[in-house]
Each structure stands twice: as C-alpha cells, then as structure tokens.
Write a protein that binds this ligand. Structure first.
Ligand SMILES: [Fe+2]
Ligand SMILES: [Fe+2]
Length: 191
C-alpha cells in the first residue's frame, strides 16, 4: 500500500496541469467525506480519488488503462487499481462494483459541474454556491456540456444516495477544502 504522500508525488509527476490536479483533489475530498460517512478506510479512498486521472495527460487515448497497468506494475493494491479502471467503465470494460468504486464513479463528474458553477460566479467562491443553483446548472444542457449528467444520476443511484443529497454532500466536501481546490473566492491564493 502506497502512502498518501507517495500517491501525491506520483500524481504530480504525471500531471503537470494545475487544473487537472485540482480536479483530483476535488474527487479526493468527496472520497474522504464518503469514506467517513460509510465508516470505510479514509486513506485508501482518498488515494483512489487522488490518483484516478493521473495518466490522463500522459496517455489520454488509453486512459485509464495504461495508468492502471502502471499502478499494478508498481505493486499497488488491487482494490485501488480496480477502482481506477472502474471510474471509466466505457473505456476499461470494468464496471463499478464495490462501495469505493461506486463512490469514485459517482464523485467524478459532479465535481466538474460544481467547479464550472463556481467559475461563473462573480465572487468565484464555492462558499456562496447552493444546491438550488447547481440544480439549475444541471438542467441547463448548454452549461458545462462536458459533464455527463446521466453519469452523475447513475453514480448516485449506484451509491444508494438520492441525487440532490449526493450533490449537496459533494458540494460540502469541496467547500471544506476550498483553498486547495482554488475555489475559495476571487482573492484566493494560488489563482
Ligand atoms: Fe477519468
Ligand atoms: Fe476524473
């Protein structure tokens, strides 16, 4: 089992882009919150969230398979390697099955919608963003077109959490980590 710092170092080595790093931090924040909620191992879930897209910049065409193969070669635990594959079943052929895999699948796209919703706010702060506002953005198909709404719905269903409760839960997890995600407001350090 890699330590959190080893996982972070590997992710940084493969992902120079700050925006993609922040996406992975956001999924990590959601995974930590869900691990606590379900009484699961927070470190393992955090690492799964932190690493899930680490091969995207190096190997976009084969994502997430080359990355998962690499983790396997490094001797990473099968549960994390499988979760990395299962976050993109359409590309890997591996469906999300375990609770950790379902939480990862469910958290991935919604963090993208939340981040996009913060970027269009005048204050650029996640702290003033509400579920009500996210509902509107979710229904507006022209907003953040890259976010697959069906995947968000399916993820919540797989996780057994009502869709808007899920959205609110991930929003809160991201709010608690706003500085690191660069979503704390217009004057946030690191922007
Ligand atoms: Fe991905
Ligand atoms: Fe992702």
């Amino acid at each position: 089992m890699p330590t959190y710092d080893e996982a972070l170092e590997l992710m940084h080595a493969w992902t120079p882009s700050e925006s993609l790093r922040r996406h992975m931090y956001a999924v990590e924040a959601a995974m930590r919150a869900y691990a606590r909620r379900f009484g699961e191992d927070e470190e393992t879930w955090a690492i799964a969230g932190l690493i899930h897209d680490f091969d995207w910049e190096k190997h976009p065409e084969t994502h997430p398979n080359k990355g998962a193969d690499h983790l396997e070669a490094l001797g990473w635990p099968a549960e994390i390697v499988r979760a990395v594959r299962a976050h993109a079943p359409e590309r890997s052929g591996v469906e999300p099955e375990t609770l950790m895999e379902r939480a990862l699948y469910a958290s991935d796209e919604i963090t993208g919608l939340i981040t996009a919703a913060v970027y269009v706010r005048p204050d650029r702060s996640i702290h003033t963003l509400t579920v009500k506002s996210l509902k509107k953005k979710f229904k507006d198909k022209s907003f953040a077109r890259g976010v697959d709404r069906e995947m968000v719905r399916r993820g919540a269903e797989l996780l057994g959490v009502e869709l808007w409760e899920h959205v609110g839960f991930v929003l809160e997890a991201m709010q608690a980590d706003a500085e690191r995600l660069g979503l704390a407001g217009a004057a946030s350090p690191g922007d």
